[in-house]
Design a binder for this molecule. Structure first.
Ligand code: GLU
Length: 376
C-alpha cells in the first residue's frame, strides 16, 4: 500500500513506520522546554504506537535549549563553538525529557546522535540501519538528533529536515512528518495576500523550489522551507512520502492527518536501496561535467562514457561519489566513479579505444556505470 493522502500517515497498513521531526521552535520557548506541548505530542506518538505504527522521533532543540541555559546570545548560533557547547548542554535535558515522557506511556526511548558522515559513508549508513531496525523491532522509540557537539561546519547536516529524510531512508520508513511553525508549502510567500497552501506536491520541480522562501520564520531552528524541500527530494527519490505540517497546535499529528492540513509530497519512485542512498548523498567528492550528447544518453539510461565528459572537478578516488552536471550547472545524476580524478582528467573527451594506451592498463567499461548511478 502506498501513501496517497495525509490521513495515510496515521494508518498502520499504509504507514507502518513513521518518522516525526520536531522543530526547535516547537520544543523550546522563551521559558525553556515547552513541556505541556511535548507531553501532548508524546500522547499522539503513544497513540500511533497503539495503532500498530513504529515511530522514530527526530528532535531538534538542543542548541536553542542549551543557549537559553548558558545565556548565549543569537540562540547559541553566534559561532560554531557556541553551537557545540549549547548542544551539549541542551541535548542531555532534551533526551531526558523524551525518555521520561515516553516512559509515562510505557515506551522506551533510545537516543542516537548522528553526524553527516554516519549516513554518507555506506558502511556506517548500513550500521545505522541495523541499529535502527533492531531498536524498532525491540519496541523502542528512537529519538535522534545531529551530534552537534562534535560536528564541525563542514561535516554538519545543519538542519534536522534533511537528517530526518536520511534517517527515514536508513530506517526504511514509509513517511516523514516534519512538524514546523508553518502549515506547509504555500504557492508564494505566505505573508502575501492570496497565498494558497498546497495540499499535495508531485515532484519537487524548479517551480516548486521557486515557491519557497528561505530562512526559518522563528529564527530558532536552521531549516526554513529550503531545507524542507531538500528533505522532500531525498524522500521522494527513496519512495518515501514526506509531509510538512504545523506543530503550533496541541494535537499536531491529528490535525495534519485527521483534518488534512499540511502539504504532502508524494513519493516519486522507488529507487533500489543502494541507489536511494546514493541519490540522497549530500556531500560529493567531485563532479564530472558532461556535454549535451552525454546528458541525453544518461536520460536514456546509458552509462557515462569518457567521450562526453568536458571537465573534471574535485579530488576524488576510484569508488567515490561524484555529481554529474551539464554545462549549465544542473545536477543530472549522482554516481560512483570508476576512476580517480587524475585518471578522469586524462580520459575526458577521449574514445574508449584510446583508453588502454592512456591508462597503461585495461580500462573499465565506463567512467560511471549505470548500475552505480542514479538520475535526479
Ligand atoms: N540539531 C539542531 C538542534 O538540536 C537543530 C537543527 C535544526 O534546526 O534543524 O538544536
Amino acid at each position: 500500500m502506498t501513501i496517497a493522502r495525509l490521513s495515510d500517515l496515521a494508518d498502520a497498513a499504509a504507514c507502518p513506520r513513521l518518522v516525526v521531526k520536531v522543530g526547535s521552535s516547537l520544543l523550546v520557548g522563551k521559558q525553556g522546554l515547552r513541556r505541556q506541548w511535548i507531553e501532548a505530542l508524546v500522547a499522539e506518538i503513544a497513540a500511533a504506537r497503539g495503532r500498530g505504527q513504529q515511530v522514530i522521533v527526530v528532535s531538534s532543540g538542543a542548541i536553542a535549549l542549551g543557549a537559553a541555559k548558558l545565556g548565549l546570545d543569537k540562540g547559541g548560533r553566534g559561532s560554531l563553538a557556541d553551537a557545540q557547547a549549547a548542544a551539549a548542554v541542551g541535548q542531555i535535558a532534551l533526551s531526558g525529557l523524551w525518555a521520561d515522557l515516553l516512559g509515562l506511556h510505557g515506551l522506551t526511548a533510545a537516543q542516537l546522535l548522528l553526524t553527516l558522515e554516519d549516513l554518507e559513508d555506506r558502511r556506517r549508513y548500513l550500521n545505522a540501519t541495523a541499529t535502527l531496525t533492531r531498536l524498532l523491532d525491540a519496541g523502542a522509540v528512537p529519538v535522534i538528533n545531529e551530534n552537534d557537539s562534535v560536528a564541525t561546519q563542514e561535516i554538519r547536516f545543519g538542519d534536522n529536515d534533511r537528517l530526518a529524510a536520511r534517517v527515514a531512508q536508513a530506517a526504511r520508513a514509509d513517511a516523514v512528518l516534519l512538524l514546523s511553525d508553518v502549515d506547509g508549502l504555500f504557492d508564494r510567500n505566505p505573508a502575501e495576500a492570496g497565498a494558497k497552501l498546497l495540499s499535495e506536491v508531485r515532484g519537487v520541480t524548479a517551480e516548486v523550489h521557486a515557491m519557497a522562501t528561505g530562512g526559518s520564520s522563528s529564527g530558532m531552528g536552521s531549516g526554513g522551507m529550503t531545507s524542507k524541500l531538500q528533505a522532500a527530494e531525498i524522500a521522494e527519490l527513496a519512495g518515501i512520502a514526506l509531509a510538512i505540517a504545523s506543530g503550533l497546535h496541541d494535537a499536531p499529528i491529528a490535525r495534519a492527518c485527521g483534518e488534512g492540513i499540511g502539504t504532502l509530497f508524494l513519493p516519486r519512485r522507488k529507487a533500489g536501496a543502494r541507489k536511494a542512498w546514493l541519490g540522497g548523498r549530500l556531500r560529493l567528492k567531485g563532479a564530472l561535467v558532461v556535454d549535451a550528447g552525454a546528458a541525453r544518453a544518461l536520460g536514456r539510461g546509458s552509462s557515462l562514457l569518457a567521450a562526453g565528459i568536458t571537465a573534471v572537478e574535485g579530488e576524488f578516488q576510484r569508488g567515490d561519489a561524484v555529481a554529474v552536471r551539464d554545462a549549465e550547472g544542473h545536477v543530472l545524476a549522482h554516481g560512483l566513479s570508476e576512476y580517480d580524478a587524475a585518471e578522469c582528467q586524462r580520459l575526458k573527451g577521449t574514445q574508449s579505444a584510446e583508453h588502454a594506451a592512456l591508462l597503461g592498463y585495461a580500462p573499465r567499461s565506463a567512467v560511471v556505470h549505470r548500475d552505480q548511478m542514479v538520475l535526479l
